[in-house]
Design a protein. Structure first.
Length: 235
């Protein structure tokens, strides 16, 4: 297998007038693309939010998408998961525009949003069972996956507690489990480290390395900082 080559490049700010800094992107390059962005651009009215984003992510690759608030990170994510249609450009999954079959594309997608907005009156276990049922997982497989991830993230003793009583970090761990439990081909993670303690962040980093080694394609959005850059390089 051809070795992966680490590359770093910058995406220019879409508007200097707004004071937006550049985004730093780390791309591991080496194999046939699974997820691509081609000329991805988004306007809100006359305001340019994202300009001409291009990347190609192959199986087993990790891309860290780093930038400050207001630099277009979350808008990019919404286009990648199909919540927003780009003004121009396209997102491709295995070479096909995701807009042509969003339902089919999302069957292969695991997504962690920036805000951990969950159903507060469900328990952690009930929420994960709901996600597994919606994804069509069989009950035995769903139970095995949920139990193993709850143990991994130290949430098993709290599985019957209402989500309204969870801390931000605990809710974030539930979101991570919900994204991972159905073994998706593509993971899109918007600020996944938000609220995580050091131990959970380390577990998450090891998980990313393991998933990458198993051929998963991973897109991680993080605030621009030295620690974020170190985290992405470690993955």
């Amino acid at each position: 297998m051809k070795p992966l080559i680490a590359e770093t490049f910058s995406v220019s700010p879409v508007s200097n007038e707004l004071g937006w800094d550049s985004l730093e992107v780390r791309l591991l390059a080496g194999r046939r693309p699974m997820l691509e962005a081609r000329g991805l651009t988004k306007y809100y009215g006359s305001v340019l939010a994202v300009q001409s984003i291009d990347f190609a992510l192959e199986p087993g690759q990790v891309l860290g998408y780093l930038g400050p608030n207001g630099s277009g990170k979350s808008t990019t994510v919404k286009m990648l998961i199909g919540l927003l249609e780009p003004t121009s450009g396209q997102v491709l999954f295995h070479g096909k525009n995701i807009q042509h079959d969003l339902v089919g594309y999302r069957k292969h997608l695991g997504y962690v949003p920036e805000e951990a907005n969950l159903y507060p009156y469900l328990t952690g276990l009930e929420y994960l069972e709901l996600v597994g049922t919606v994804r069509g997982m069989s009950p035995p497989r769903m139970k095995a996956k949920i139990d193993s991830f709850l143990e991994l993230f130290s949430l098993f003793p709290h599985r019957h507690v209402a989500l309204s009583s969870y801390s931000k970090g605990m809710r974030q761990r539930i979101l991570l489990i919900s994204a991972l439990m159905d073994n998706p081909d593509v993971l899109i993670l918007d600020e996944p480290l938000s609220g995580l303690d050091v131990t959970s962040a380390l577990i998450f980093k090891n998980l990313i390395q393991s998933l990458s080694a198993r051929g998963k394609t991973i897109f991680i959005v993080l605030m621009f900082s030295k620690s974020s850059k170190r985290f992405v390089r470690a993955c």
